[in-house]
Design a binder for this molecule. Structure first.
Ligand code: SF4
Ligand code: SF4
Length: 275
């Protein structure tokens, strides 16, 4: 379960001296629907208990990411504050990928597919009408046979927009005091979802804090790029961004442009060092 996994990673009340709550519940059913703030979503699904908090400090481990270039505060808010359905929603821009050979024809996915994009043919095989799919991700949650899964080949820009919209939906819905911290320590090329850990791409650079998530991610990106270039001057940086070189399909700086355009913060910042 998520609770057990969290405890194994050190998020244990006996170690922390504080309760550890999974904000979307033991079975990920505790969610709240809030209005979308962009063009992709009418509604966004957030972890229900988060919106009950009186204040929040978001804590992010800054790393590279194979879909978004880098994973920082905005990505953490978008994915971390979404319920399980919300996470799927962001990833499901072009509908699921179908592994038809595993299908047992139970029809669970067909029942939850409101636009009728999924159907069982005469032989009981699942079929997807891509044009009818709205990317709601309901089917990913319904299928227990692992026939339907996230389409990682989706257009990367599309995914960034969806992710930033989710971050914005949370920032709009959460009206209590909120600050952000970003740990530029052990900055690995891939995100922490991986079951392995690569060598860091640069020396530890510090811990950043701000009320502005966009400024914090811009500063994190600039500091990591500078640290990588200093340590490995031969490393090519597409547009000055080493993550675009590590993950060629990505454009991390576009996250910050989108977020600034959406009014989630400013890319302009000044660094103040606290010893
Ligand atoms: S349930 Fe949603 S994501 Fe799945 S096929 Fe239907 S519309 Fe697409
Ligand atoms: S839920 Fe999974 S197993 Fe059942 S019909 Fe849909 S794809 Fe097939």
């Amino acid at each position: 379960s998520h609770s057990l996994l969290a405890a194994m990673h050190g998020f244990d009340p006996l170690r922390l001296g504080a309760p550890v709550l999974l904000a979307d519940g033991l079975k990920s059913h505790n969610q709240i629907s809030v209005p979308g703030i962009g063009s992709h979503f009418e509604h966004c699904y957030l972890a229900g208990d988060l919106l009950d908090a009186d204040a929040m400090i978001s804590v992010t481990h800054f790393t590279g990411h194979e879909l978004t270039g880098f994973g920082g505060v905005l990505k953490n808010l978008a994915m971390g504050c979404a319920s399980r359905q919300g996470k799927m929603h962001q990833h499901c821009g072009m509908g699921p990928k179908v592994h038809a050979a595993k299908c047992i024809g139970c029809g669970r996915c067909v029942e939850v597919c409101a636009p009728g994009a999924l159907a069982l043919d005469e032989s009981g095989n699942i079929t997807l009408d891509q044009a009818a799919c709205t990317g709601c991700a309901n089917c990913l949650l319904a299928c227990k046979q692992e026939c339907l899964y996230i389409n990682w080949d989706l257009d990367a820009r599309h995914f960034l927009e969806r992710m930033v919209e989710y971050a914005g939906a949370f920032l709009t819905a959460f009206t209590w005091p909120l600050m952000h911290m970003s740990f530029l320590l052990q900055v690995t090329p891939n995100c922490d979802c991986k079951t392995y850990s690569n060598a860091p791409i640069c020396p530890d650079t510090g811990i950043l804090a701000s009320y502005d998530p966009v400024a914090l991610d811009q500063a994190g990106l600039d500091l990591v790029n500078a640290a990588v270039q200093q340590g490995s001057p031969s490393m090519e940086a597409s547009n000055g961004d080493v993550f675009s070189t590590l993950h060629p399909r990505t454009n991390g700086p576009a996250i910050l442009e989108l977020a600034e355009k959406m009014g989630l913060g400013s890319r302009t910042y000044s660094l103040q060092t606290v010893q």
